[in-house]
Ligand binder design. Structure first.
Ligand SMILES: *[C@@H]1O[C@H](CO)[C@@H](O)[C@H](O)[C@H]1NC(C)=O
Ligand SMILES: *[C@@H]1O[C@H](CO)[C@@H](O)[C@H](O)[C@H]1NC(C)=O
Ligand SMILES: *[C@@H]1O[C@H](CO)[C@@H](O)[C@H](O)[C@H]1NC(C)=O
Ligand SMILES: *[C@@H]1O[C@H](CO)[C@@H](O)[C@H](O)[C@H]1NC(C)=O
Ligand SMILES: *[C@@H]1O[C@H](CO)[C@@H](O)[C@H](O)[C@H]1NC(C)=O
Length: 845
């Protein structure tokens, strides 16, 4: 294909303009092609859809009307060809589960389907697994491998949840045999539905892919000879797309959960249908909806010319495995041609410099384009995609976009063929002779094979790994060196246990992601629920932060701080295991879908809890710890809505001070950062106080610290709310759900406290102890009987006198400066001395 060759040459020399003749020629052929290729919807030559274990034909869902044909039909292009299998029907299917999933074929011995293929070439093959229990079979206990024409596709697979596995590979024969092979005699395999259909022409091109590695960029050939397994398919900046929305019945999911720094990205959406052109992407490569949304750099509240990357981390399971990364682009953000120049990075390696979509799409805006890259997953089993402005982009037009991402694991066929032959022989032997012992022997053999194969790796892993914990040597941390090494040794958790707890880092268990990596929900052997944070190298927070977190956390136990259950440092892994917080981040309860409209009292108690935790960090026995990243997502709630501060330690060793661009980017978009930090380049405990002030406003107003979608003056919560506070009409912007619930005095106290936290200069801000005291007081004002003659006065100048009088504050607010394991309800010490001095001097500001 001359066009794809032309593109390859462009790809190789992105700065070299195409020659005039080539241009004219292309435009001509384009015009011709667009006439010829006027596309209708895609209809594959081979289109074999099987409803396994059922004797009826059924469609998948009400919107995906493709008919899946019963596998009991004797003649036809699909047949059961060998082995023993039975049909299984779910007697109690859940009402919203598709009919297709209410039956399954169960393979009690190695058995296969044969598919007759009409056309050689790339095919898509999908397996649907939806385990259920029937007739003594519990499909969630099935364990089996799948081989296709003798090649191992999926090994030792089992699932407890609904799973769709998709593969893309060439079929160069008239028949496709799909063999389901139970791992041992007592086991079995199953499948609910299978799709085998021809891929569109040029779906996987042999030329054009680029191998990206530490050695730079190389051309990658013969891509279509590989078996590809789809791991992620992401509609960046968009919503979930279901098979009905896609030309090839694919599912695309949103990217939000993979963004390392959500505030770096901003959605772009267009209503204009993209201009598909020959030579670029087709509707079959990705549907319109993928190209009509994107993420771009979030420049709200940032200097327009600030430069930073948007980064996504996609977990792929294991490290050092080769993947095809298909990136989709469509310039829906530029107002004219050649405005946008950006760079693309994979796992931190440059993949494409100065990408100029305008020139690649023959000077048509909103024209879909895609690139194939090949990259090895990093040591922590992730593929990291970053985009950022190019050095050549003009100062005022700094931007970068991404519309879609597909990540496919590359399965090396020749390598697999050897292994699969060996295995098949053993499996056959095992099932013919039978018996437990042989089955066990097979396992041993397989294990031995696997171990042998892995042999060369450990050296690399060891060198990439980090030496066992050295005590962090920063000046402020020197007191940490007294922490005995044994103390955190005892927190060590074997990697195998972590894998078990998280079902081998099952994507469905991801509960969050951050600068450090992914967070999974897990259950340890002793049934403790935990949150497992798995680090990704190259992320903003790396090794020193990891070690700091362990050093700091192993030392600290406090009712209002999330505690560390353990950590894992095997195999170059950096994993932290925390107590699981049932109700998740505070933010989730304040606004957005499913928020719980907490009462004012609950909110005050949560703020008090968080303040207590923070106060302990600042002044407790582990003294002098600055959190540096206080925000509503770092305050977590347990099942009883008790607030606990999370993620401290990670931020204390100055994560991104050297990344100046990020720091500037951080300012506005975070909305939590101490403005004084920019003057003095130094974070103090008063920086935490500032951030906490922003959280207080978030709690009161139920909106994000920064909301780029609002009118300019409302974007930054702290600035906006303080305008209302200073006019004395803060009540006009509170969460509507709190209307009529907050007592005037309580609100006034709360507003003043937030205002003081947000003072421009750190010295003018109260200490966390003072903040805590004030919040407790706001709670008492709320709780106090309004008819009581002793209703506290709301004159703030009188507060100091009143507050120090126990009469007014009947239960003296307790401030923990001491206890480590204490619940925070124990003996208290009120530091009356300076409690309100600052508040008083600041009055009237
Ligand atoms: C299902 O569809 C196949 C192919 O279209 C057809 O041959 C078969 O008769 C149908 N079976 C039933 C039960 O409708
Ligand atoms: C597909 O390729 C195989 C081997 O290359 C060949 O034997 C077969 O005839 C081809 N089938 C079709 C339909 O072209
Ligand atoms: C790529 O495929 C071509 C033709 O199919 C073959 O001649 C060549 O050896 C292959 N190259 C590699 C690196 O596998
Ligand atoms: C996707 O398909 C569903 C029907 O299943 C439809 O309701 C929805 O609007 C479609 N989404 C888009 C973006 O076209
Ligand atoms: C973006 O990330 C790459 C790779 O990690 C890095 O080399 C580059 O400097 C970053 N660019 C910006 C503007 O932060």
């Amino acid at each position: 294909m001359s066009l794809s060759l032309f593109f390859s040459s462009l790809l190789m020399n992105p700065r070299k303009p195409p020659s005039m003749e080539a241009n004219t020629l292309l435009l001509l052929s384009l015009a011709l092609l667009s006439l010829i290729c006027f596309s209708t919807s895609f209809s594959p030559t081979d289109n074999l859809l099987v409803n396994c274990g059922s004797n009826t034909n059924t469609s998948f869902t009400s919107t995906d009307s493709r008919i899946f044909v019963s596998d009991s039909t004797k003649q036809g292009p699909v047949s059961l060809s060998k082995g023993q299998s039975i049909s299984l029907k779910n007697q109690n299917p859940s009402p919203n589960s598709p009919t297709l999933y209410s039956t399954a074929r169960v393979f009690t011995t190695a058995s296969s389907y044969q598919f007759n293929i009409k056309r050689n070439g790339t095919h898509l093959v999908r397996f649907h697994f939806s385990p259920f229990k029937a007739q003594g079979f519990d499909l969630s206990t099935a364990k089996f491998s799948i081989l296709v024409n003798g090649n191992l596709l999926l090994s030792d697979f089992s699932t407890k949840v609904v799973v769709l596995k998709e593969y893309v590979f060439r079929v160069d024969s008239n028949a496709l045999e799909i063999l389901f092979s139970p791992v041992c005699k007592s086991s079995f395999g199953f499948v609910n539905a299978i799709e085998v259909f021809s891929a569109p022409k040029d779906f996987i091109l042999d030329e054009g892919a680029k191998l990206v590695s530490a050695n730079g960029i190389e051309v990658y050939k013969n891509l279509s000879s590989h078996v590809l397994e789809t791991i992620h398919r992401i509609n960046v900046g968009g919503s979930k797309l279901v098979p009905f929305n896609d030309t090839l019945w694919r599912t695309w999911i949103p990217d939000d959960d993979f963004l390392v720094l959500k505030s770096a990205a901003k959605r772009a959406v267009t209503t204009h249908v993209p201009n598909y052109q020959s030579g670029g992407a087709s509707r079959e490569i990705a549907p319109e909806n993928v190209y009509m949304t994107a993420q771009q750099m979030n420049k709200d509240n940032n200097p327009l010319q600030s430069r930073f990357n948007i980064t996504w981390n996609f977990p792929v399971g294991s490290g050092g495995v080769r993947h095809l990364v298909r990136l989709h682009f469509c310039d829906i953000v530029s107002t004219s041609l050649n405005q946008l120049y950006f760079d693309v990075y994979l796992n931190g390696y440059s993949a494409y410099n100065d990408l100029d979509l305008s020139s690649l799409t023959f000077h048509v805006l909103s024209s879909p384009m895609y690139f194939d890259f090949i990259v090895d997953s990093n040591d922590l089993g992730a593929v990291q995609v970053s985009i950022g402005p190019s050095a050549v982009s003009s100062l005022m037009k700094v931007n970068a976009i991404l519309n879609g991402v597909e990540i496919m694991k590359m399965v090396n066929p020749s390598h697999l063929r050897n292994e699969s032959k060996k295995r098949t022989v053993w499996i056959v032997a095992a099932s013919s002779i039978g018996g437990f012992v042989l089955c066990l022997a097979v396992f041993v053999v397989i294990l031995a094979c696997k171990c042998k194969k892995k042999k060369p790796k450990p050296t690399r892993v060891e060198s990439a790994g980090w030496t066992p914990l050295r005590v962090y040597g920063g000046s402020t941390h020197s007191r940490m060196s007294e922490v005995t090494v044994n103390e955190y040794r005892s927190l060590k958790i074997p990697f195998a246990d972590v894998q078990l707890a998280t079902n081998n880092f099952d994507n469905s268990l991801i509960i969050g992601s951050g600068g450090f990596g992914m967070v999974f929900k897990g259950v340890l052997k002793d049934n403790t629920k935990v949150a497992v944070k798995r680090g990704v190298p190259g992320s903003r927070q790396g090794l020193p932060e990891f070690q700091t977190e362990i050093t700091v956390l192993s030392k600290i136990r406090h009712r209002h701080l999330v505690s560390l259950v353990g950590y894992c440092e095997e195999q170059a892994e950096m994993i932290l295991v925390y107590e699981y917080m049932e109700k998740g981040p505070l933010k989730k309860h304040l606004y957005g879908p499913g928020c719980s409209h907490l009462s004012w009292k609950q909110r005050l108690e949560i703020c008090i809890g968080a303040a207590r935790g923070l106060h302990y960090l600042h002044t407790g026995s582990a003294q002098g710890i600055i959190h540096r990243d206080i925000k509503s997502t770092n305050i977590l709630l347990d099942e009883n809505y008790v607030a606990k501060v999370a993620d401290f330690g990670l931020s204390r060793s100055g994560p991104c001070l050297d990344e100046t661009h990020v720091s500037t980017g951080v300012k506005g978009s975070f909305g939590y950062l101490d403005p004084e930090y920019f003057r003095r380049q130094q974070l103090t405990d008063k920086s935490d106080v500032y951030s906490f002030g922003v959280v207080l406003l978030e709690v009161l107003c139920a909106r994000p610290a920064v909301d780029p979608l609002l009118a300019r003056e409302q974007v930054n919560l702290a600035e906006w709310a303080m305008q209302w506070q200073k006019k004395g009409i803060l009540e006009q912007i509170i969460d509507p759900h709190l209307m009529g619930q907050i007592k005037q005095n309580s609100l006034k106290k709360f507003g003043e406290t937030a205002e003081k936290c947000l003072a421009d200069y750190g010295v003018d801000r109260p200490s966390m102890g003072d903040v805590l005291w004030n919040l407790e007081y706001a709670l008492q004002l709320q709780e106090s009987d309004s008819k009581s003659s002793r209703e506290p006065r709301d004159d703030s100048n009188a507060n100091a006198a009143e507050l120090t009088t126990p009469r007014i504050a009947p239960q003296a607010p307790s401030i923990n400066t001491e206890t480590e394991t204490d619940s925070g309800d124990g003996p208290s010490e009120i530091r009356n001395s300076q409690v309100f001095s600052q508040l008083m001097t600041n009055d009237g500001r």
